[in-house]
Structures are given as structure tokens and as C-alpha cells.
Design a protein around this ligand. Structure first.
Ligand code: ARG
Length: 480
């Protein structure tokens, strides 16, 4: 008899079919939960002893056996057996192999259903927090790169058409805002999921006088879950976490897309370091932004992971159903993909060189000053719609005559509208145009500097020294 069948006892006379065993085994995937599983078991048996449900001696033997297994797993010395279905069976059966009958008391008053739900809540809560910390490292890099690029102007785009000038630091800080919201979503999810299913057993609790408050506290949960059917039956907390990850992956993908565009010769806005680019086996001149492309590509997996979870859940009646075993691959995959992407893009951005002169050159063509012309008139009491029309007509004239707005004469401006005076030429200066956008959230120098200081302070409140972390990731600061 396999251990599996032994665990189920006398109900079965025949072994599981070989294909069925392979089909249902999850040990290849869920062995990753061993640390959480052992933590949960130690909390459970400690509580059982405190309540007099198992003897202190048996509990002590169980705890020390579990700690030994934990150490072996951490050191890579433990062999997980395929015939022991999942991580729970592997740990418990090994424990019983080693300490004898006492091992069989560990499972008193619980089931693998509350056990796996507990393991997944611990894992996912801690993983959300760890990913949030990685986002903070990314933010520290962005904060540092922003502080280095306040002077650099580039076109801001809409529809990928040059639109209005902004500071590069302002663009980089937009990325940091996007990612900081993802961090918040991950931590919100961690807080909401932080309740203990342990003690809900298979679905309807247990007849033993257990103390669910004690095990909840021991595992860092805020409280026991209120309903046993819900505790073992739902995985909405995984949907929430992976949804936050999918949002983060989409943000990273959008940043990556800009890095790819900017790396092209057409833009020339960034050159990524050799450490984050690859060559071509046939074209010697190539320096490809593969890391950014992979970041974009891996996003599809994370979105797929979210869909996998949602579809897995949609038809399930209460409470536990074996379908739920399929929750682990998408969750592990989503965390791995986002964690790696955060690290690799943080490094790539930390070590990249920005093409400031190409950015400035790109401001010359594309009539990024057309809005300035309209605003100039509107500030002189011309209704904005009329001002917009006048500016548009001047742009058309310039297009036809292959000129730019700043090459027009005052007479030509005044022919278009009498409200122009010679102040218009200063207004067309790109630096001045940016500086006039001086309000909360705007790209004027003082606003961008305040935003950098605010981000630095935000990170400091999280105990992060932005400059030190950025240097650690690879940002090179000029000597003062
Ligand atoms: N490997 C299972 C899972 O991940 C553990 C729970 C098994 N429970 C059961 N009733 N078969 O969901």
C-alpha cells in the first residue's frame, strides 16, 4: 500500500491507478510550500498540547521531528517522494517514519483542506510583502534617476505623436506613481487575506476543543476566519494577489515598451548597458533590448495566471473541491515572473544612459510649441477655442512653408491675430513652456523637485534610504 492509501485507511482495497496517481500528485509544485506547511503544523500541535488534546511528550517529539525535516529541506537534503502525493503527505509520512506512532497524532483535529488553505495564505501574504519590498527598490532607482534628469527635456507624447515638452524626471516619476499603486494593492491584499483557516478542518470544523485564536496568532494572522466552509472553499485571496501582480506586470510591460522604443535608433533616447542587452549572431552591429522585451512578453503569462484562477473558481460549489489544487502553479508563476521582472528592469534602468541630446533634438520638430501659441493668446483674453484655431492655422502655414513657429516674424503672428506682441518668442522657448506648467502634478522644475523630495520622504517613512538602495542596484552618482 502506498502511504496515501494507508492514510485513507480501511476504505480502500486497491491501489490508485498509475496514471491517476501521476495525474493527481502535486508534489512537484507544492513542495515549495514545505516551510509554510511545517510552520502551520508546529503551531497546530503546540496548540493541541496546550489544550491537552495530545501529550506534551508527543508534541515535543513532533515539533523536533518537523524542525529536523525543515532544516533538511532548507539545505536541499530532503527527498520528496512521488508516491506521497503532496507536500502535506510527504512531511507527515516522513515524520511518522522517523518518530513512530506519535507522528500520527499531528493530524488530530485538522484536514489537508484547512492545512493547504493555511499554507497558501501564509505563502501569499509573505510573498505580497516581499514583492512590495522589491517595488520599493525599483522606486528608489526611479527616484535616483529622476534626481539626475531634472534638467533634461524631452517630448511628452499622446498617440505616440510629439505633444508637449516635459522633464525626463517627470516622465520617470510617472512610472514610480504607477508602481507605487501596485505596491499598495499588494499590501492591501496581504492585509485582507491575513486570517487563519486553521481548525476549520475538512469543512465543518472539528469535535476537539481546539483554540483557533492561538494558532492564528502563532502564524501571524490577525484572526481566525469566521466561517469554516468559506475558509476551506475560497481562493479569492489568490485572485486578489494575482490581480495586483497582473496590474504590476502590465505597468512593467508599458515601461518596458518605452525602453524598447527609446532604445531604437529612431528614438535614441536611451542606451542600455551591456549587462542588460544582447547581441545578434548574424548582425554584428546589434545591441538588443531583450530584457525589456522579455518583461513585456512575460506579462502575458501573469495575465494568464489571473484568468486561470478565475476560471478554476467559477463553477465550484462549497466547500473544498480538488480543482483547488490547481491554484498553485499560477500563483507561483505570477510571483516569480513579477519579482524577476522588477529586479531586471530596476537594474536595466539603474545602469542605462539617457540620450539627453537626442531628446532635446526631438523637441525641435513636431510643433511642440503650438499649445504655447494658443495659450499665449488665451492669456490675452482671446477665447481658447479661437486661440486654438489661430495656432492651428499658423502650424499649417509653417508646414506648407517648411518652417517652424519660432521662425515666423512678429508681423506674420500679428497678421494671424492682433493680440500677438513680441513676448511670443520667449513663450516659444521649451524651457519656459515647461516652467509655465507650475501646479501640483506639473513638470515645472520646482514641482518636479518637490515630487522627488516627496518620493524620497515616502520611501524614508518605509525605512528606505533611496540613494543607498539605488546605488546598490547600480545607479552611478556623479561625485559632488
Ligand atoms: N494537494 C491538495 C491541494 O492542494 C491538498 C488538499 C487535498 N484535500 C483533499 N481532500 N484531497 O488542494
Amino acid at each position: 500500500m502506498t502511504d496515501e492509501k494507508k492514510a485513507w485507511g480501511g476504505r480502500f482495497a486497491e491501489e490508485l491507478d498509475g496514471v491517476a496517481l501521476r495525474y493527481s500528485a502535486s508534489i512537484d509544485v507544492d513542495q515549495r510550500l514545505a516551510p509554510q506547511d511545517i510552520r502551520g503544523s508546529i503551531a497546530h500541535v503546540t496548540m493541541l498540547a496546550a489544550r491537552g488534546i495530545v501529550s506534551e511528550a508527543d508534541a515535543a517529539a513532533i515539533v523536533s521531528g518537523l524542525e529536523q525535516i525543515d532544516g533538511e529541506i532548507a539545505r536541499g537534503e530532503f527527498t520528496f517522494r512521488d508516491d506521497r502525493e503532496d507536500v502535506h503527505m510527504n512531511v507527515e509520512a516522513t515524520l511518522t517514519d522517523r518518530i513512530g506512532a506519535a507522528g500520527g497524532r499531528l493530524h488530530t483535529g485538522r484536514s489537508r483542506n484547512d492545512q493547504v488553505a493555511t499554507d497558501m495564505r501564509i505563502f501569499t501574504r509573505d510573498a505580497c510583502r516581499a514583492t512590495a519590498a522589491r517595488v520599493d527598490r525599483f522606486l528608489a532607482v526611479l527616484c535616483a534617476r529622476a534626481s539626475q534628469t531634472v534638467d533634461v527635456l524631452l517630448p511628452g507624447y499622446t498617440h505616440l505623436q510629439r505633444a508637449q515638452p516635459v522633464r525626463l524626471a517627470h516622465h520617470i516619476l510617472a512610472w514610480s506613481e504607477m508602481l507605487d499603486r501596485d505596491r499598495g494593492r499588494l499590501l492591501d491584499a496581504a492585509t485582507r487575506m491575513n486570517e487563519s483557516p486553521l481548525g476549520c478542518a475538512a469543512l465543518a470544523g472539528t469535535t476537539f476543543p481546539i483554540d483557533r485564536e492561538q494558532t492564528a496568532r502563532a502564524l501571524g494572522f490577525d484572526r481566525p476566519m469566521r466561517n469554516s466552509l468559506d475558509a476551506v472553499g475560497d481562493r479569492d485571496f489568490l485572485v486578489e494577489a494575482v490581480s495586483a501582480l497582473a496590474n504590476c506586470a502590465v505597468h512593467l510591460s508599458r515601461i518596458a515598451e518605452e525602453l524598447v522604443l527609446w532604445s531604437s535608433q529612431e528614438f535614441g533616447f536611451i542606451e542600455m548597458s551591456d549587462r542588460y542587452t544582447t547581441g545578434s549572431s548574424i548582425m554584428p552591429q546589434k545591441k538588443n533590448p531583450d530584457m525589456a522585451e522579455l518583461a513585456r512578453g512575460k506579462t502575458g503569462r501573469v495575465v494568464g495566471d489571473l484568468v486561470t484562477l478565475l476560471v478554476m473558481l467559477k463553477g465550484l460549489p462549497l466547500a473544498y473541491n480538488r480543482d483547488l489544487q490547481e491554484d498553485k502553479p499560477p500563483v507561483f508563476d505570477a510571483f516569480d515572473a513579477v519579482d524577476d521582472t522588477l529586479d531586471v528592469l530596476a537594474g536595466a534602468i539603474a545602469s542605462a544612459t539617457f540620450g539627453a541630446s537626442r531628446m532635446r533634438a526631438a523637441l525641435r520638430d513636431g510643433f511642440l510649441d503650438a499649445t504655447e501659441v494658443a495659450d499665449y493668446l488665451a492669456a490675452r483674453d482671446v477665447p481658447f477655442r479661437e486661440a486654438h484655431h489661430v495656432a492651428g492655422a499658423l502650424v499649417r502655414k509653417c508646414v506648407e512653408e517648411r518652417r517652424v513657429l519660432s521662425e515666423l516674424t512678429l508681423a506674420e503672428f500679428q497678421t494671424a491675430h492682433a493680440a500677438f506682441d513680441d513676448g511670443i518668442f520667449a513663450a516659444l522657448d521649451m524651457e519656459a513652456a515647461v516652467e509655465r506648467r507650475d501646479h501640483v502634478g506639473g513638470p515645472a522644475r520646482a514641482r518636479v523637485e518637490a515630487a522627488i523630495n516627496e518620493l524620497t520622504a515616502r520611501l524614508a517613512r518605509r525605512d528606505i534610504d533611496a540613494r543607498a538602495v539605488a546605488a546598490d542596484v547600480g545607479v552611478v552618482f556623479e561625485e559632488a
